[in-house]
Design a protein around this ligand. Structure first.
Ligand code: GLA
Length: 377
């Protein structure tokens, strides 16, 4: 990173920061409903080498972006003005300044092992790495959750994606060997020890390579549907409903909204069941919860796709404890929980099934709960 930074920016960086991608174990489309989620951070992460500048310029370079240095000025950052990958780092500087934090210019060099477009939160990783870098370089004194919310603001207000806060909180606050139990209304989180390998188990992320694009309007429509349902039911957010409220909801809501509510309510309950099992060290009991979560996303939220369903069905048919699509939906990745000695076999079976169905080979990524964002150099 230091050498690449010197080549691009002609001087040494002041430091290097890292932030991971994430998979969510359970609790999907609950974050913007004030609910609960249970993500882990991935070993795959984004690195940012950075140095302050005194002239207000923000000079961005990415090993993956391929192009020349993107040369911006912090006083001229406006929402929607940057439409490439640069929107994420620039958006973080914009969001910090919007919130009144004294951030000046910077040179950044970025490199990442988080696959993009795979539903593994490469954008949150990039935002969080930059937010942590700015926090240290400009001595802002913000803690990890506050930086995550700045990163979310960058994505909502600058990049124009109406996401919740789960991805950024996962990237900023996760700890190695733990899943992060998020309460999105209370704004609190708790580390739940989670070491599948200690019980002979593995997690496999399968990137279906179906392009997942939260910006295409579908995510915003789902979110609006949930918020509309909450208003019609007279609650602040769907988080305020329990399973006992579902019969009433089914009576009074337009029929298109009923399955959305059912998913959110049952999904929040699944998070709480998953946390109970993990606290008791029952990792295998997580399996059926994952699979139920997938069924709910497929049938009620209707955001799965043929490729994700094929991964889930194939993994289960080959002895996985559970599997589900993870992230925003419409493709992206599936997370599989299985005995360690079955994982390779399951991966091969999924690849064979994809070939038979005429899909591109999926990408297989073994994952384990890794650390959240921090300074690494
Ligand atoms: C995307 C969003 C998150 C969350 C998930 C679904 O990853 O960025 O805020 O809503 O979808 O759980």
């Amino acid at each position: 990173m230091r050498e690449a930074f010197r080549r691009v920016h002609g001087a040494d960086p002041e430091g290097i920061w890292a932030a991971p991608g994430r998979v969510n174990l359970i609790g999907e489309h609950t974050d913007y409903n004030d609910g609960f989620a249970l993500p882990i951070a991935l070993p795959q992460r984004t690195l940012v080498a950075a140095r302050r500048r005194q002239d207000g310029r923000l000079r961005l370079h990415s090993a993956q972006g391929g192009g020349p240095v993107l040369d911006l000025h912090i006083d001229r950052l406006t929402a929607g003005a940057v439409t490439t990958w640069g929107a994420y780092p620039a958006g973080v500087v914009w969001a910090l300044r919007e919130a009144g934090h004294p951030v000046g210019g910077a040179d950044l060099h970025i490199d990442s092992t988080v696959p993009t477009g795979a539903g593994l939160s490469s954008s949150a990783a990039l935002e969080c790495a930059v937010a942590f870098a700015c926090n240290d370089l400009y001595d802002l004194g913000l803690d990890a959750p506050a930086l995550a919310l700045i990163a979310q603001r960058a994505e909502n207000g600058f990049a124009g994606v109406p996401c919740g806060a789960m991805d950024q909180l996962a990237s900023a606050c996760c700890a190695q060997g733990a899943a992060l139990h998020l309460d999105l209304r209370a704004g609190t989180h708790e580390q739940i020890p989670f070491a599948p390998e200690a019980q002979g188990m593995s997690l496999l992320a399968v990137d279906t390579r179906v392009k997942h694009d939260l910006g295409d309007g579908a995510y915003a429509r789902l979110r609006a549907g949930c918020e509309h349902a909450a208003r019609l039911l007279g609650v602040a957010a769907l988080r305020d409903l329990g399973p006992e409220d579902l019969p009433h909801a089914a009576e009074v809501l337009p029929s298109a909204l009923v399955p959305l509510v059912r998913h959110v309510v049952t999904e929040n309950a699944r998070v709480s069941r998953a946390v109970t099992h993990l606290r008791a060290g029952r990792v295998t009991s997580l399996g059926p919860i994952l699979t139920d979560g997938h069924t709910s996303l497929r049938d009620d939220f209707r955001i799965s796709c043929a490729e994700s369903d094929l991964v889930v069905d194939t993994a289960l048919a080959h002895g996985a404890h559970g599997a589900r699509m993870t992230g925003g939906g419409f493709g992206g990745s599936v997370i599989v929980l299985a005995e360690e000695d079955r994982v390779d076999w399951i991966g091969e079976a999924v690849t064979t099934a994809f070939r038979k169905a005429g899909h591109r080979d999926p990408h297989l990524l073994p994952v384990s709960p890794a650390a959240g964002a921090r300074r690494v150099g």
